[in-house]
Design a protein around this ligand. Structure first.
Ligand code: SAM
Length: 343
């Protein structure tokens, strides 16, 4: 099937070439957006007819059709970059085992309008589509890799089952609890004050830099504490963190400097915790659904790189602005990276 596929101009904006593309439900969203903002054409793009690869993503990588996004696979895996396009298409071009951490904040199957991706138009295909991107994500995880997936209480059960069925290893369903905002669902039910966040790993050798928090009672620590007949010495860095994570949402005036024009922007606070504790310094974090770039900005702040995909060019512009600011104050580990984000 012939379609215009995307390569990238120097702003990361897709430009079109007539090429063949794979046949799966996610293809239209990414490529149509690419067509609608297509420029004069830049780097040559090669796409193979990969419709038979839908259930065998690794073969796309083997076939070497990574050129179809207009940049070399090796570049994608070395320079931090946000790519305008469909993440499933993009992931299929990348080498298996490339990432120690994937942070995925996908459309939740509600009614949000992300421009090219309108959730109310995608409801019937959401489950199949979810299965496809998770399969690709699993392939891209290294043996020590972790994957975090945001979701919503209505539909997270499907995501968790799919991940288990695919052989990813369940580590925890973290409860992201917030007190400064809630989702109201009417008077005959409960408001929602949390979002589930799934943590799975590829193997038992997963990366984890322990999270410690201040002890609840500082007063108690002033006195000698005996536990099981022995003197207990508190850890100077605090107690081990639990699985209920309290981070405020970006609602209200308090966060007006962080909040940008994206309907589901995640706080940097939670993004930084994930990146800091579940990847290694210098790693490239993979972000399939970039949105306004929170996870990419957090990666910069924590001395990691990022590779991400996003369908909406306006969101990429927002992410670029945020990344420029973050790169100006960059972490020492980012010192050799260019100040202008590659998007
Ligand atoms: C929940 S939002 C992510 C928000 C992000 N965590 C932030 O803090 O801004 C999901 C994003 O995925 C994008 N998206 C939807 N389908 C996509 C696809 N197939 N490939 C790449 N991006 C996609 C949407 O445009 C939307 O911006």
């Amino acid at each position: 099937m012939k379609r215009a596929a995307q390569s990238l101009d120097d702003r990361g904006v897709a430009t079109s070439k007539s090429v063949k593309m794979r046949n799966h439900p996610s293809k239209n969203a990414g490529i149509r957006e690419a067509e609608s903002i297509a420029g004069d054409g830049a780097a040559p793009v090669v796409m193979t007819d990969a419709s038979d690869e839908v259930n065998a993503p690794a073969s796309a990588e083997k076939s070497g059709d990574h050129h179809r996004l207009g940049i070399e696979k090796s570049e994608m895996l070395s320079e931090p970059r946000i790519i305008l396009g469909d993440c499933i298409e993009g992931m299929a071009t990348l080498k298996a085992g490339s990432f120690n951490l994937i942070v995925a904040d996908p459309p939740y199957n509600l009614n949000k309008d992300f421009g090219p991706w309108k959730e109310n138009e995608k409801k019937s295909e959401w489950k199949d589509w979810t299965r496809m991107w998770i399969a690709e994500a699993k392939r891209l995880l290294s043996d020590e890799g972790n994957i975090f997936v945001y979701g919503i209480h209505h539909h997270m059960c499907w995501v968790q089952c799919m991940m288990l069925e695919m052989g990813l290893i369940y580590r925890r369903q973290i409860i992201w609890h917030y007190e400064n905002g809630f989702a109201g669902y009417g008077k005959r039910t409960l408001n929602a004050t949390y979002e589930p966040l799934l943590w799975f790993s590829k193997s038992e050798r997963y990366i984890y830099n322990p999270i410690r928090e201040p002890y609840k009672s500082q007063e108690r620590l002033k006195h000698k504490i005996i536990k099981n007949g022995k003197v207990w010495t508190p850890n100077p860095e605090g107690r081990m963190a639990g699985d209920i994570w309290s981070f405020p949402t970006l609602a209200g005036r308090r966060f007006r400097d962080e909040k940008v024009d994206h309907p589901t922007q995640k706080p940097l606070s939670i993004s930084r915790r994930i990146i800091k504790h579940f990847s290694n310094p210098g790693d490239m974090v993979f972000v399939p659904f970039v949105g306004s770039g929170s996870e990419c900005v957090a990666a910069v702040m924590e001395g990691r790189k990022y590779l991400g995909f996003e369908l909406n060019s306006a969101y990429i512009d927002i992410a670029r602005g945020r990344l420029e600011n973050a790169l100006e104050d960059r972490h020492p580990a980012q010192a050799d990276l260019p100040l202008t984000p590659l998007v």
